[in-house]
Ligand binder design. Structure first.
Ligand code: SF4
Length: 400
């Protein structure tokens, strides 16, 4: 038997128990993440309303649409003892376990009732990662193949999952993930001493990339391979931003992850790290900004404005700090710059860079109002650009 914890409880009671002990987790696709620790579990930001006792959270998808997602576990029992996690072995609280079929049926009932549109499914570990992964795959298989569910399913890859399990998860899920938690083995030992960074956590992500690269997704539920993401705990292991972003850069460039999430440490009572202070939310925010510069803006790690201790300044946007060091003396002519150069300018993102490229085929851009009409954020941009050979005139604030 996988786990007998809480078998006498009904599905809603089990979900309610999970929600009581889950922590906050970043939004799936975008937006500022709430602070919180991150177990393997599915930490929700509970919705307000009549169902706010359930682990349902609104998730922003890549197209900007918000979607209510059930973030749940197969079991809140766990044999591991990660120091930051509310589900760690030996912590005293009531646990609960779903059978795979029970969870699949519960979710489909909630989906049919219009309560949720997708599911994030994870689990505490019982009898090893391989056995736990089998249970997760059973639930996903019942959902897709017996109950005909065609919607969003984010499936966790358990520490130590085997290659064929990773492949099966990729055939069933819309997204798969493994939380690396720390950027190096030494840092991980301070957070989760029974986990192996490379062998247990990184390897499933490597296999996912290898499978995507070498195999056609013809057995996948929707004919496509799912995206992969990961998550780091920030601020509890003494790691620097440079260490986190070095790992992130590898994950984006080599393993083609869709996104790395940064979850600021938040102490949980009755865990070994409950005496540590919570991480400043600005640190998470700067890490996200810097990681987007690496992923979407063509920046290299060496260009990011790390301070001597390997961290990003908390009080400066990293792109603005780079521009102040680099572009003040070499402003970018917006009528001639290529896309890569445009993306280096504070206030210009991928969408507004494309809008500038389109607009200037028709006319010369002459002042900031031309840019504002294209959706460019001009608040910080003026010192770093030329418009038709001239520095743009900035309107000074009335009460400067
Ligand atoms: S393996 Fe660690 S992080 Fe995952 S549920 Fe168990 S104690 Fe928490």
């Amino acid at each position: 038997m996988f786990s007998m914890e809480g078998q006498q409880l009904g599905p809603v009671e089990k979900l309610t128990l999970f929600a009581e002990h889950m922590a906050l987790e970043p939004d799936e696709e975008g937006g500022a993440p709430p602070a919180g620790p991150l177990p393997c579990g599915a930490p929700p930001a509970p919705r307000r309303g009549k169902d706010d006792h359930l682990p349902i959270t609104n998730v922003t998808m890549s197209n900007g649409r918000k979607m209510p997602v059930l973030k749940t576990l197969l079991t809140s029992a766990c044999e591991r003892n990660c120091y930051y996690c509310p589900f760690r072995a030996g912590r005293n609280f009531q646990r609960a376990t779903f059978r795979p079929e029970e969870l699949a049926n519960t979710f489909v009932d909630m989906h049919r009732a219009g309560l949720v549109e997708g599911m994030f499914l994870s689990s505490g570990i019982i009898k090893g990662g391989v056995s736990t992964q089998d249970r997760l795959l059973d639930a996903a298989d019942i959902l897709r193949n017996r109950l005909g569910y065609r919607g969003y399913l984010h499936l966790k890859l358990m520490p130590g999952a085997e290659r064929d399990q990773v492949e099966r998860a990729m055939q069933l899920a819309s997204r798969v993930s493994t939380n690396l938690e720390a950027p190096t083995s030494e840092r991980l030992a301070r957070l989760a001493p029974t986990k192996q960074l490379v062998e247990e956590l990184l390897q499933p992500l490597r296999w996912a990339e290898e499978i995507r690269r070498t195999q056609l997704p013809h057995k996948s539920w929707n004919g496509r391979w799912p995206s992969t993401v990961t998550q780091f705990v920030v601020g509890a292991a003494g790691e620097s931003d440079l260490e986190l972003l070095t790992a992130t850069s590898y994950l984006y460039n080599r393993l083609h992850l869709r996104r790395a999430y940064f979850s600021g440490f938040h102490p949980i009572a009755d865990t070994p790290l409950d005496g540590l202070p919570p991480t400043d939310p600005w640190r998470e925010h700067r890490l996200y900004q810097a990681s987007f510069l690496l992923r979407d803006y063509g920046f290299d790690l060496e260009e990011l404005p790390f301070t001597g201790d390997g961290n990003l300044p908390l009080h400066h946007d990293p792109k603005l700090a780079w521009a102040q060091q680099t572009l003040i003396s070499r402003p970018v002519e917006l009528n001639r710059a290529d896309r890569e150069q445009l993306l280096r300018v504070p206030g210009i993102g991928p969408i507004s860079a494309d809008a500038i490229l389109r607009a200037r085929r028709q006319r010369t851009l002459r002042d900031l109002s031309d840019l504002r009409r294209l959706g460019v954020a001009t608040k910080n941009l003026a010192p770093f650009v030329l418009l038709n050979g001239r520095r743009p005139l900035q309107q000074l604030p009335l009460f400067a």
